[in-house]
Design a protein around this ligand. Sequence first.
Ligand SMILES: *Cc1c(COP(=O)(O)O)cnc(C)c1O
Length: 221
Amino acid sequence: MLQRVERLRAQIDEELRGCGRAPGSVRILGVSKKQPAEAIAQAVAAGIDAVGENYVQEARKKFADPHLAGVRVEKHFIGHVQTNKARAIVEAFDVVQSVDRADAALALGQAAQRAGRVLPVLLQLNISPAERFGCLPQDAPALAAAIRAQPGLRLEGVMAIGPLASGPGEIERAFALAAKTFAALGGSTLSIGMSGDWREAVRAGSTMVRIGTALFGERRQ
Ligand SMILES: *Cc1c(COP(=O)(O)O)cnc(C)c1O
């Protein structure tokens, strides 16, 4: 694991230098869905300081596992936000990257306020025709306003999933659209790039890559 983390960091830094960006300016989110709690503990020991999970039940069970007792790691929710799970999400996670509609913002905002917290969130943008979730770019300003209207939420940027099967230039165009929307909305975090497309994402301005299989190997379960 240590070797994988160090190699990935070195590759990201090389890509950053190649496009004139500062090494170390991209954070790695370890995506641990369908991986055991031990794998998270190993990733943290190797220097990963934030992990992402897609499913609330799976994450709650995993975070309570004895392997993670005393392990400090920032927990990001990157799955679809169901409004009836808002409270459970707020209880289990530090950051929600996948706010893609106003009713999700409202439910999370109210749950965060009830918990006496201000929850950092990202607006999930849809930049791929194959993607089911995410706010369309033309609707992003209205959703950003809805998030900012919630005292329980703090909008920190944009998350997007790149197109999977793509022709030439398609990934670049999609990430450029995410970067443009991020620039218009403001914030500190542009969460784009996964195991298969993080290089394109880094070149487009990513500040956080979400890496599952390239760190943890194929998903189990
Ligand atoms: C699963 C997942 C990832 C990680 O995917 P890999 O291709 O395994 O790196 C990143 N982001 C989201 C939203 C995911 O669901």
